[in-house]
Design a protein around this ligand. Sequence first.
Ligand SMILES: Nc1ncnc2c1ncn2[C@@H]1O[C@H](COP(=O)(O)OP(=O)(O)O)[C@@H](O)[C@H]1O
Ligand SMILES: [Mg+2]
Length: 263
Amino acid sequence: MLRTVQATRYVLPLREGGSLPAIVEASDLGMYVVKFRGAGQGIRSLLAELIAGEIGRAIGLRVPELVFIEIDPVLGRNEPDYEIRQLLKASTGLNLALDYLPGSVTFDPAARDTVSKEEASLLVWFDAYTQNVDRTARNANLLVWHKKLYPIDHGAALFFHHDWPSRESKIDAPFPQIESHILLPWAAEIPAVGREACAKLTPAILEEILHQVPEEWLEASAADSTGESPAERRSGYLDFLVRRLNAAHIFEQEAIDARTRIV
Ligand SMILES: Nc1ncnc2c1ncn2[C@@H]1O[C@H](COP(=O)(O)OP(=O)(O)O)[C@@H](O)[C@H]1O
Ligand SMILES: [Mg+2]
């Protein structure tokens, strides 16, 4: 279960990404990177961050701890920066945050960062399963901290939810974007790690993850769609994720083929 904390101090914006996440101190004195619900990417990126992030954790990836973080309207009142003030105002209520890893750096093969073939394969498999396009050389979203890899930023995953009525056709679709995955060259064990990951992602585990998604986020995410209830939305995600596992051989083969073209 995700913990819930209260934001107590806006510390620093992280300007490198597009969504203006920030380092924020919370009621437990922890430092977190907050993904704001009021950011341009909208509530679906928080849903993706939560669902994909917890799936990653369930299969053994080192996703930093995710927490719900409550933002009070007074938090940003004295921020000198207009854009930040507006963002905080638009994000009143429940947001998502991840544990801040101080001193981490972005994974960079040019700086001779390396990764085992098992871990690379698992990350490739995970991103193909969750349809995450944001793990490229230009935008790795992979932190190195104490010599270990931490995947972050899953807000672009589950892109089927931007075109909800078409999700049926995406379940057994390959994921050709996997060809630009930063770890693809190392991913020599896709079938083996895929088998293990599928065994870990039981319907009960996936259901437990979906169960944690706040009703209000599901409602907001369906606002411009075909009017499903939060419950329908929740079971739609679950159905997609369970059935996509049964079709894993399709996206696995796509990744294996993409890799043979580059190594
Ligand atoms: N948990 C974290 N610990 C340390 N730095 C982080 C963490 N999360 C994000 N960052 C830094 O902030 C940047 C932007 O965060 P990210 O989640 O990728 O948001 P965006 O959607 O803007 O790309 C990252 O590239 C990374 O440098
Ligand atoms: Mg990013």
